[in-house]
Structures are given as structure tokens and as C-alpha cells.
Design a protein around this ligand. Sequence first.
Ligand code: GUN
Length: 291
Amino acid sequence: MKILDGKLAAQAVKEKLKIAVEKLKAEGKKVPHLAAILIGDNGASATYVAAKVKACEETGFISTLLRYDSSITATQLLEKITELNKNSAIDGILVQLPLPAHIAEEEVIKAIDPAKDVDGFHPVNLGKMVQGQSGFIPATPYGIMLLLEHYQIETTGKNAVVIGRSNIVGRPMSILLSGNTPQGNCTVTLCHSRTKELETHCKQADIIVAALGKPEFLQANMIKKGAVVIDVGITRVNDNTKKSGFRLLGDVHFESVAPLCSWITPVPGGVGPMTIAALLKNTFQACQQRH
Ligand code: GUN
């Protein structure tokens, strides 16, 4: 069993971007600028956004963090997004999800200029992705594709099972893995909460992407020997032995599954850093296309 080290692969992406940004600076050109909107006091969301802002700093990007109380109205938020759309200094806009229940995520996503939608959640970018056109690919599935590419994981003709049908991970992941590309040339099965005989599907998979958000769901009896396992889960569970009061668990029972795999991602240090690397790549691309 070998580890798909997301920290290492993300570092490689960031190093390349850093050099490209230094070149832009030396030529007197515009440096990528990401605006991140964080609403409310969800601890996990705050941690993710802080990591994104830090990665911008490390890579030489400019970032602006806009924090709002969870009482912000949908109208106020949409006004803010319109302002950012118009502001030519901003290349990428990210609204951290989930949003408070009184704000419709779909409306907010639709309000972002597709040319600045570095999360790739806008219907225009999702449509382009489905058709294999260049646009912004959602950061988590994009990061997973970059990880597969980094470790040269063979996908042609392989059976892939994606567990979870969310708009931001499972569904785009199933499209990317089934595209006619070197990194995604699989026969894909998209499994979800209503799938019958999930274990049978998983047992036939050469590649499994677990993105259902249930800690340690994927167990050894569901794995074919030699499978590649990608764990997207990152759930906080109470742990009084930790200073933070919690520990992070993936969707895969690592201890029992890992010995059966050819490759597996750890949690943390697998998909998480790749998501951020992919976001930076999208933001760099947005800046290049706009200037
Ligand atoms: N919440 C969970 N994942 C993501 C992501 O990739 N982008 C945003 N904006 N919010 C998220």
C-alpha cells in the first residue's frame, strides 16, 4: 500500500504557481486576487477559509476575506457579490458553503460572474465541464484529478465507484472520471444513499472515491484487493484527548482498508490540501483570462 500524499502533491502545484506569480510581478503584471466570503461562525468553514487565505499568501496571491454575521440578508449578500463582480481588481470570488438556512445557495452561486467563479459551482462552468470545455472545475474533484495525475494513476478502462451525489463533489467527480482524458477514462458508477448492494459495486471497483460524509463508512469487506481509494470525508468527532476537543475522521476506515489498497489518501493530508491547490490554480487561470 502506498500513500497518495496530498500535502506533497499540493506543494508541487503551489511551487509552480509561486514561480508563475513571481514572473507576473517581475513583468509588472497583475497578481491573482481572491475574495473569500465567510458567513456565520461555523468552525469548520472558518478553518477551511483560513487555510485558503494562507495558501494565497504562501503563493504570492492577494486575498481579501469578507466576514459577515449569519444575520446578513440574501439581498445584502447579493449586493456584495455584485460589487465584487464589478471590481476589476478581484479575479476570483468564493462564497464558503454551507450558507445559513435563510439564504438560497443556488441564488448566490448564480449571482457570481462565471468568469470569477473559481469554485466552479456556477451552472455555466458546470455546463462547460460536462461538455469538456475549458472553464472552472469544482475545486475538490479538480484536486482529486490533479492528485491522480501527480501519482500517474492509470484510469483507462478502470471501474470507478463514486459514493455521494453532491453538486460540489460526487456528481462533478463522476463526470471527470468518465471523460475521455488520460486522468479520467473510467467506467463510472455513481452510488448514493438509495443504491442497492453498495458493497457489491464497491467490491468491483478499481478506484473508489468516498464522498458521502459518514465517518469510517467504507470498510475492508467493500474493497477489492489492489484498489485505489480516495477519501473525501472530513468529519469532526468529539475527542477530549485533543486540545481542539475534536479529531478528524474520513469516510474510510483507514486501518482496515489501507492494507488492501494499492494507493490510498490519508485524512487529513490527502484530498484537503489538493482542494486548496485546485482553487489556487483556478484563481490563477481567472487572472490570466481576465488580463
Ligand atoms: N464547502 C465545502 N467545500 C467547499 C468548497 O469547495 N467551496 C466552497 N465555497 N464551500 C465549500
